[in-house]
Write a protein that binds this ligand. Sequence first.
Ligand code: ATP
Length: 320
Amino acid sequence: MTTPVPQTVRVSAPGKINVSLKVGPLRADGYHSVATVYLAVSLFEEVAATAAARPGITVRVEAGGPLRIPASGIPLGPDNLVARAAAALAGYAGIPDPAVDLLITKHVPVAGGMGGGSADAAAALLACNELWGTGLSAAELASLGAKLGADVPFALAGGAAVGLGVGDQLTPVAAAAPLHWVLVASASGLSTPAVYGRLDALRTTSGAVAAEPETADAAVLAALAAGNPAALAGVIHNDLQPAALSVSPALESTLQRGRELGALAGIVSGSGPTLAFLAADGAAAAGLETALRAEGHNALAVYGPAPGAEPAAPAAPADH
Ligand code: ATP
C-alpha cells in the first residue's frame, strides 16, 4: 500500500521576542554579532503549501489574527521569504521544477521586530519538506534556514534559546514555567537595518565602544530557568531599544503607560516597534491587555515559551 501524497500541508511557526539582546560593534561584513536570549511566544504565523498543477512558486498573503495585521507591505514575488525558502529547499533536494502555492496567514506584525518573516520561512521549509516528501532532518532545515535569515533557525526550534553569531547559533535553554506578556503592535513597521544604523550612529556620537558579545546574560537565563517573572523584570535588556526609540520616539510614552498600568517591565521587541510587557501571571496579562486596548493600543496577551514550527492544528469541523 502506498502512502497518499498530501495536497496541502499547513504549518504554524511562532513569533519571538528577545528577552535579552546584546549587540556588538559593526563588523567589516556589515553585520553585528549578537548575544541574545530568544523566547518564542504564542502568536503564530501559518503557511499552507499546496501542490500546484504547473511549475512555479506562488505566494499569497491573507491578513489575520487578533492584532489585525494587514497583508500589505509584503512582497509577493520571489523576494518573499516563503518563496525563497521553497526555492532553497527545492535546490538543496534536487527538485528541478518546484510547483507549489504558498498561502501565508499573517498574525505577527510585519517589520515588527518579532521575526514574522523568519517564522514564515521556517513554516514554509517544514511545509514543503512534508509536501514534497524530501525528508530533510531538523539540522538540515536549520542550516538552510540560517541562509534565509538569522532568526529562521529559532522559528524552527521555538522554546527559549541563546542565539550567538548573528543570532543563528542556537543553544536551547530551560524555561521552567510559561511567562505571560502583552504585546503592543504599531500601525507601521521599522526597518531592521535602519535601527541597527541608528545604534551605530548613537554609539559614534556618544563615544561608546561596544564589546563583542560572547555570552548571553546569566541573570536572564537564571530567571528564565526559575520561571520567575519578577526576577526577569529586573534584568530584561535590549541594546537596540535606545535606537528604536530614537527612530520612533512615540514608543517611549507607550512603554511608560504599560508600566503605569501594572506591567512588571516593558521592552522593545528586537528592532521594534512591537513592545512586549511582562506580566506577573496570566490574569495580570489579560487585565493589562484590556486596559491597553481601552486606551486604543493594539494589544494582545501571549505566553512563552511556545513551540517551534509544527503541523498546524486541523481546522475545526464545520457545524452541521
Ligand atoms: P527581523 O527578523 O529583521 O527582526 P522583523 O521581524 O522586524 O524582521 P519581518 O516582518 O520579518 O520584520 O519583515 C521584514 C521585511 O522583510 C518586511 O518589511 C518585508 O519587506 C520583507 N519580507 C519578505 N518576506 C516576508 C514575509 N513572508 N513576511 C513579512 N515580511 C517579509
